[in-house]
Write a protein that binds this ligand. Structure first.
Ligand code: ADP
Ligand code: ZN
Length: 530
């Protein structure tokens, strides 16, 4: 059923990569433009001359539908295939769309090389740069995953695709007392949600909890997968955003579980970002004193961080995450393809947590992230998958060592001491979590120079990594150091008055230090006035 569609501008390597990828996977290869030419009995340029673009697109649409219902293939689409809504629907329904990314400059340069291909040359000549840009954003919108082809050989692109599309990774998280569970990481794994759940949990009655945005984009995939696996499932949808993470909404979920007839062997799927994960996880932890939970994270932040480790909860008027439970999931299903629809600001939030975990994990992880940062910014799937995997492995180790945050797990708070205070003072949703935490990491790095004598090279490393990941800077700093102090003291992680900071000496070498009021106030006052 599932095809691999390659989309992208001419010059992106669709045919070359497609041919090699098909051979590697032992699938048929179809070049849609060639197929159109075969059927019409004339070259594309002649079809354009005789029947116009409309005539060409009609043949193309009919043939795409035919290809889609035939056996799974690697299909190189035409440069303009995705212009028609109907074609985009076919791609969505029948396979995975891979956008082979090239910059407009690179694409034109490659086509320039192809002097013997008059069709491409003629086509490119007619493309004004602005039309080109518009086309490129359409590719991105139609794609399930992006693979950056600039600076990679055809073989490297093919190998990357084989890994990203073919390998499903299972990383095991072990927790003292709460058992072991797999984090299933791969492209399209949401389509296997039902099969994986029924294999691991039996065909337990299930409620899928999600928010309105995610429901629009990914709920159908999840529900169809559950139905196909014979799982009796219903869904409940809450408004998006942090404001849903409250007591009332948790109560609504609990009522819905009861209405759906969930019993003790029932299961809750949290399909969405950190908000849905915390909220639905908390409801699962309390319903009938706890039912099975499957985390299906759809934000980068949730995939690299919050879906793993069993923290669940809701906010109280007095502060964030003040009521909650440790409730480990039975499984985490992280579909990289589900991230394609994520807004840029959410992408950035996830990159910040990935940077946090790399810096805490050590030199190897930090260097790897520094190296792939430009590709992560353009959402290259090969780099993204590696970054998620590294973060998951790190988090799994931390959680295995300290499931209930009685010791080393506190390191995950790196950047979050000032980060949370900034969110509280500026306003949740006014400043994004990622921007606030990134600012917190920069601040903590400088504090580490003063308090533990960390080298300034570590500070530059932290700042450089966040810059390379294109994390936006805080627009305006709050004017009152005092207010920030207050917010830090209220944060539940403060112990007995002193504010605890995670400080880095070098990547991988961190300490948690209670910072005394006077020193902290001085540092904050300097920071505020900068
Ligand atoms: P976080 O994981 O950062 O805690 P939230 O759960 O608050 O995030 O989700 C952030 C926003 O992104 C919400 O508005 C949510 O509806 C939306 N969202 C989550 N997953 C996706 C997705 N895959 N595509 C598009 N939007 C998404
Ligand atoms: Zn965070």
């Amino acid at each position: 059923m599932s095809h691999i569609y390659l989309i992208g501008f001419m010059g992106s390597g669709k045919s070359t990569v497609g041919f090699a990828l098909a051979a590697r996977l032992g699938r048929p290869f179809i070049d849609l433009d060639r197929l159109v030419e075969e059927r019409a009995g004339m070259p594309v340029s002649a079809i354009f001359d005789e029947r116009g673009e409309e005539g060409f697109r009609n043949i193309e649409e009919a043939l795409l539908a035919e290809v889609a219902s035939a056996r799974p293939a690697v299909v190189a689409c035409g440069g303009g295939t995705i212009l028609r809504d109907e074609n985009r629907r076919v791609l969505k329904k029948s396979g995975t769309a891979v956008y082979l990314m090239v910059t407009p400059e690179e694409a034109l340069a490659r086509i320039g090389d192809a002097a013997g291909r008059p069709l491409l040359a003629a086509d490119a000549a007619g493309m004004a740069p602005r039309i080109l840009e518009a086309r490129l954003s359409l590719y991105r919108a139609a794609a399930d995953i992006v693979v950056d082809t600039v600076g990679r050989t055809v073989d490297e692109v093919v190998e990357g695709l084989v890994t990203v599309l073919g390998d499903v990774q299972e990383i095991v998280v072990s927790t003292a007392g709460s058992g072991r569970y797999p984090v299933v990481l791969g492209c399209g794994v949401l389509r296997d949600l039902g099969a994986r759940m029924s294999a691991a949990l039996g065909q337990a009655k299930t409620v899928v909890a999600t928010d309105e945005n995610v429901a629009r984009l990914h709920l159908e995939t999840a529900m169809r997968s559950l139905a196909d696996a014979g799982v009796d499932a219903t869904s409940v949808v809450v408004p998006p955003g942090e404001s849903s993470k409250n007591w009332e909404t948790a109560g609504r979920l609990l009522d819905r579980f009861a209405e759906a007839g969930l019993d003790r062997r029932g299961c809750v799927v949290a399909l969405g970002g950190g908000v849905v994960g915390d909220l639905a996880g908390f409801a699962a932890a309390t319903y009938m004193r706890g039912v099975s939970l499957v985390q299906a994270p759809t934000t980068l932040l949730a995939q690299v961080d919050s879906s793993i480790g069993g923290k669940t909860g809701v906010d109280l008027r007095a502060g964030k995450n003040l009521a909650g439970a440790f409730w480990q999931p039975a499984m985490v299903v992280s579909d990289i393809a589900a991230l394609a629809t994520l807004p840029d600001a959410e992408w950035s939030n996830g990159l910040v947590e990935a940077a946090k975990s790399a810096l805490l994990a050590g030199e190897t992880q930090t260097a790897a992230l520094e190296k792939t940062a430009p590709r992560l910014v353009v959402r290259d799937a090969v780099a993204t998958r590696a970054a998620i995997e590294a973060s998951v492995r790190f988090k799994a180790d931390v959680v295995a060592a300290d499931a209930r945050e009685e010791g080393p797990r506190e390191c995950l708070n790196f950047g979050h001491t000032l980060g949370h205070a900034l969110e509280a003072v500026i306003g949740y949703g006014v400043v994004s979590h990622g921007v606030a935490v990134a600012e917190g990491m920069r601040f903590a790095a400088r504090l580490a120079e003063e308090i533990i004598g960390a080298p300034s090279s570590t500070t530059s490393r932290v700042a450089g990594l966040l810059d390379a990941l294109a994390v936006p800077r805080l627009a305006t700093r709050p004017s009152s150091a005092e207010e920030l102090m207050q917010a830090m003291r209220i944060d539940k992680k403060a112990r007995g008055g002193a504010v605890r900071f995670v400080l880095l000496r070098e990547p991988g070498e961190w300490v948690v230090v209670p910072v005394e009021g006077g020193a902290l106030r001085d540092a904050l006052e300097r920071w505020v006035d900068e």
